[in-house]
Design a protein around this ligand. Structure first.
Ligand SMILES: C[S@@+](CC[C@H](N)C(=O)[O-])C[C@H]1O[C@@H](n2cnc3c(N)ncnc32)[C@H](O)[C@@H]1O
Ligand code: SF4
Length: 388
């Protein structure tokens, strides 16, 4: 069985936020009295990319980048000139596909007037807003730095700047939220006419303020009822669900996230960024991640200390890793993709597939791997079947 090189993406991590939200376990650090070293960080990102290109040259040879994603943290804390400098540097170092998707995550509380024009001129063609909710009480409870009105104004100013591709992040199953509250949030999001909506269930993540002091959250049955009702409302409004939490207008799926879920390849630069690369020559999948703390990452100055870890994924872990991604996709993936992306024969997962089908979690389709509605509800159990 041989591995085929899949599409290649680039993830860029920006590790600062105005203020840490109590539910968030992303690698993000609230601002202190001194501003972060924004310009120096851009230099380090390019040094990191140079070093990765040198180390991984054989596996990268001749492959165009199909998408770039600035994630955080809050990338919109970086001025457009810095984003332009980084993107110019990337263009000098890697071939970009002619229709490359370039997304920048944005906190609506950080975008003063004029920024969107600058990001667009730099080459960003997709803006993702962390809106979370349109209920000001809920926003306060979530520790957000913006009101619903400010989020609406920010989305409109991105639309006025000419972005054709806009995503809104919403969360549901919020503290003391009921079904009507969750539906109202979806209604207000739809009214703004974004091309994409990410609709995440709020989860209590270890080592967060919410985990230490849990707010009263809706139980699983209520959360599932919200998910179903919101999904139906989004479908009615023209947003098709294609992944557990992702909804898009036709032709507006997020190429970058799709590449993750389809077990594509990606370079990861920046503090704590993860990368995955298939090496067709050795037939192995490599994972590399960067030093998590911004200071340690920057002090490495593009040297080996910037790497937090680097390892080949064992054949015993690959089926689980593959399913963890692929089964999130509502329409699943072609059966043949498993062998192409992991280099393993499909016989390797035959027993787990058969158990999943007996439970009614997977469709009985020899051509595609896709979950039933029941399978989506119990996704963690389905994926658990593929643990070695
Ligand atoms: C990196 S943030 C987006 C940009 C920016 N940092 C912001 O929050 O406005 C990615 C998204 O993950 C989601 N998220 C973060 N923590 C979560 C949690 N504990 N449960 C569910 N969704 C979460 C939020 O919707 C958030 O917008
Ligand atoms: S602004 Fe976004 S990344 Fe930063 S702490 Fe809040 S949710 Fe996390």
């Amino acid at each position: 069985m041989s591995l085929t090189a899949p599409p290649l993406s680039l993830y860029v991590h920006m590790p600062w936020c105005v203020k840490k939200c109590p539910y968030c376990d992303f690698n993000s650090h609230g601002l202190r009295s001194e501003p972060p070293p924004y310009a120096a960080y851009i230099d380090q990102l390019l040094a990191d990319l140079d070093a990765d290109r040198a180390d991984l040259a054989a596996a990268l040879e001749g492959r165009p980048v199909i998408s770039i994603f600035f994630g955080g943290g809050t990338p919109s804390l970086f001025a457009p000139e810095l984003i332009a400098r980084l993107l110019d540097g990337v263009r000098e170092r890697l071939p970009l596909a002619h229709d490359v998707e370039i997304t920048l995550e944005t906190n609506p509380g950080t975008v003063e007037h004029g920024r969107f024009d600058g990001y667009l001129a730099a080459g960003v063609n997709r803006i993702s807003f962390g809106v979370q909710s349109f209920d000001d009480d809920k926003l306060r409870r979530l520790g957000r730095i913006h009101s619903a009105g400010e989020a609406e104004a920010a989305v409109k100013s991105a639309q006025d700047a000419g972005y054709a591709n806009i995503n809104l992040d919403l969360m549901y199953a919020l503290p003391r939220q009921d079904l009507d509250g969750a539906l109202t949030d979806v209604e207000r999001a739809v009214a703004l006419g974004p091309t994409h909506i990410s609709h995440y269930q709020l989860t209590l993540e270890p080592n967060t303020v919410f985990a230490a002091n849990p707010p009263p959250l809706p139980d699983d049955d209520h959360a599932w009822a919200m998910q179903e009702a919101c999904e139906a409302r989004l479908a009615e409004a023209g947003y098709g669900q294609y992944e557990i939490s992702a909804y898009a207008q036709p032709g507006r799926r997020c190429l970058h996230n799709l590449n993750y879920w389809e077990f594509g390849d990606y370079l990861g630069i920046g503090a704590g960024a993860h990368g995955k690369l298939s090496d067709a020559a050795s037939g192995l999948v490599r994972r590399r991640w960067k030093s998590r703390h911004p200071r340690a990452y920057m002090e490495a100055n593009g040297g080996p200390a910037r790497i937090g870890g680097d390892s080949m994924v064992g054949a015993d872990e690959l089926p689980f890793e593959y399913m963890l991604n692929a089964l999130r996709l509502v329409h699943g993936v072609p059966m043949a993709a498993f062998a192409e992306r992991t280099g393993l024969p499909s016989a390797r997962i035959a027993a787990a597939l058969s158990t999943a089908r007996q439970h009614g979690w997977l469709h009985d389709d020899p051509q595609r791997l896709h979950t039933t509605v029941l399978g989506q509800r119990f996704l963690n159990d389905v994926i658990g079947l593929f643990l070695d």
